[in-house]
Every structure is written in structure tokens, then in C-alpha cells.
Design a protein around this ligand. Structure first.
Ligand SMILES: Nc1ncnc2c1ncn2[C@@H]1O[C@H](COP(=O)(O)OP(=O)(O)OP(=O)(O)O)[C@@H](O)[C@H]1O
Length: 326
């Protein structure tokens, strides 16, 4: 692991935009992983990159953190240009990778002390930061327990803690709740929320729509390497105009039902997700009778119907024509 020094308080940036990513591009052979991606994250802001598996989220943040060289574009962190070789900009970044990088046979405190030394911390400063970080991630009471005895969520939180030791200005988290049970997921999200509230800039990738909705001040929707839209939840939903989201539970071939619905007047999109047919319609209540009629005709009787306001899932569906899949 690379040694990155911590940043003295007086050297911290004052500009509101902590991260500025401009026209980032990256190919792997013929495959375009990231295509002309631009976004900014301000101090105290939590920015979510939301997209399905393979959309380009990890590649984007590896470019942003200087772990991968872009084919095009550049990133500034705290006004410093990011490069794969230099450490100047990296001093401001806490990067929390998707995979857990902890020593199972060491305690939580020993793990943090190890990573703290890599950041150039020693003596009292190291002890102080380790204590503070254990508090921040809610693991003070388990600090003397070996990591091998931790739940998935606790390991995740400690992994995040390792990225916080040098008091980064920007915290970058790559899908930090993947493989975590719902209760621990909540704890991870609450930790992340507190970092934004404390003034840190947070860049968060996820393919869970609810996480982006709950946690992020602004969301960038990424698909096939391109940022197809960005904004607050409200701004993104407004892009849909007046739309309703309809969820149908039915018995029979849901794919056929979705195909039929797609052809109906007033239906903008139809997709099968989570064992339901999901529709986007300009006026849900008006189209419902023809949907029920079509379902009956093809022998897939509808068992329940839910009409709701659009969410980010609906925005994604509208912009890309596909559902965000797990
Ligand atoms: N080192 C690599 N070599 C070749 N192709 C790669 C490499 N890294 C990523 N890719 C490809 O680039 C595309 C974007 O991948 P990336 O990991 O950035 O997506 P992601 O949105 O983070 O997905 P996930 O949620 O599954 O992690 C994918 O098609 C992937 O297969």
C-alpha cells in the first residue's frame, strides 16, 4: 500500500468544490468503461454515482483517486491535479474500496494503528486519531476484539474507518453496503451521513436506488460509462415530467404482460423487476383499466396494483430504457 501523509489543518482547501472531474474517459481494449464523465462534489456534500453492475462506477472512482490513468480528462482534488504517480492530491482523499482490506487476526484498534502508520501517523497523534475514528464508526466498544469475530457490517465500518485516519477532505466509498445485512447497512449509511454533516465531501457509488435517494444530496446516474443525468432527487424526478409508477403483481408470464403493456397508449415503459411488472405512465389511473384488460386477455390475471410517485428507479428506467438490476 502506498504511504500517504495526512494534511495539516492549515493546508486544507477553502474552495467549496473539493472534487472537480472533467471529461474523464477510459477504455479497456475495445470496451469503453468511462465516457466523457464530468461532475463536481462540494465540501459537506454527499454525491452518489448510481448505476447498475458494469456501468463504470468503480472505474470512475479509480480514475478520480489516481489509481488508474485516464485516457482523457482530468481530476482536481482540493485544487490539485490528480495523477497516478504523485501523492499531492491523494493526501486529501480517503478511499474505501469495495473489498474489505483488514487483518482478521488483529483487533479493530490494531488494524487502525497499522493503517494509521501507513499514513505517517505516530505516537499521540496516532492514538488520538484511532480513538476518534473508532468513535466515528461506532466501534469503540469492540476495539479490543479481533476482526475475525466481527459481522459483515462491522467489518465494513472498520474498513471505512481505515480511510478516515488521515482526516481526508474527500471520502470516496465504492459500494460500501454490498453483501451487508439490512441492519448493518443502516449503520453504515448513518456513519456516512454523519461525515457529510461534519463538512466532508463524500463520493458514494451504489446500485441501490434507495441508498442514493436517502443518503445523497445529489445523484449522478451512470449507464454504459456515461453520466446520463445528475441533480437532486427532486430535479431528477422532475425530468420525467408528470409520470406515475405502476407495480403489478400477476400470475403467469410477466414478460409477455410487460410486452403487451408497452404497446398500450399512455404507457412509456414496461419492465419486469423483483417478480413484478413495473410501468411508467403519464396518468396511471387513466391507463389502469386497459392494463387490467390486457392482462386478462393474455391469461395473466393481476393480483395487486400499486400506483406511486416516480422515484430514481423510474428516472433510470426513463433515461436508459432498462431497470437498475441487482
Ligand atoms: N481492468 C479491466 N479490464 C478490462 N475491463 C474492465 C476492467 N475494469 C473494468 N472493466 C470493464 O469496464 C466496465 C465498467 O466496469 P466497472 O467496474 O467500472 O463498473 P461498475 O459500475 O463499478 O460495476 P460493479 O457495480 O459491478 O462494480 C465493465 O464492462 C467492466 O467489465
Amino acid at each position: 500500500m502506498e504511504v500517504v501523509e495526512s494534511v495539516p489543518a492549515e493546508a486544507r482547501p477553502t474552495s467549496a468544490q473539493v472534487l472537480v472531474a472533467s471529461h474523464l474517459g477510459k477504455r479497456f481494449g475495445d470496451r469503453v468503461a468511462v465516457d466523457d464523465v464530468c461532475f463536481e462534489v462540494a465540501a459537506g456534500e454527499t454525491y452518489g454515482l448510481l448505476g447498475p453492475n458494469g456501468a463504470g462506477k468503480t472505474t470512475t472512482i479509480r480514475l478520480v483517486c489516481g489509481l488508474l490513468r485516464p485516457d482523457a480528462g482530468e481530476t482536481l482534488i482540493a485544487g490539485r491535479q490528480v495523477s497516478t504517480t504523485g501523492t499531492l492530491a491523494k493526501r486529501y482523499v480517503g478511499y474505501v474500496p469495495q473489498d474489505i482490506a483488514l487483518y482478521p487476526d488483529l483487533t479493530a484498534r490494531e488494524n487502525l494503528r497499522f493503517f494509521g502508520r501507513l499514513y505517517g501517523l505516530h505516537g499521540k497523534a496516532l492514538n488520538h486519531r484511532v480513538g476518534k475514528v473508532l468513535d466515528l464508526v461506532g466501534l469503540s466498544e469492540r476495539s479490543r476484539d479481533r476482526v475475525e469475530s466481527f459481522s459483515g457490517g462491522m467489518k465494513r465500518r472498520l474498513n471505512i474507518g481505515a480511510g478516515l485516519l488521515h482526516e481526508p477532505t474527500l471520502l470516496v466509498l465504492d459500494e460500501p453496503t454490498v453483501g451487508v445485512d439490512p441492519q448493518s447497512r443502516h449503520a453504515v449509511m448513518e456513519s456516512v451521513r454523519s461525515f457529510g454533516a461534519a463538512g466532508m465531501a463524500v463520493l458514494y457509488t451504489t446500485h441501490y436506488m434507495e441508498e442514493a435517494e436517502r443518503l445523497c444530496d445529489r445523484v449522478g446516474i451512470i449507464d454504459h460509462g456515461r453520466l446520463v443525468a445528475e441533480g437532486t432527487r427532486r430535479e431528477l424526478v422532475a425530468k420525467l415530467g408528470e409520470h406515475d409508477r405502476i407495480r403489478l403483481s400477476a400470475t403467469g408470464d410477466l414478460g409477455v404482460l410487460a410486452d403487451r403493456c408497452r404497446d398500450l397508449d399512455g404507457i412509456d415503459s414496461a419492465d419486469v423487476k423483483d417478480g413484478q411488472v413495473q410501468l411508467l405512465a403519464r396518468d396511471g389511473r387513466r391507463v389502469l383499466p386497459s392494463v387490467l384488460e390486457a392482462a386478462k386477455r393474455i391469461g395473466t390475471p393481476v393480483r395487486s396494483v400499486e400506483v406511486a410517485e416516480p422515484d430514481l428507479e423510474a428516472v433510470f428506467l426513463h433515461l436508459t430504457g432498462t431497470a437498475l438490476r441487482e
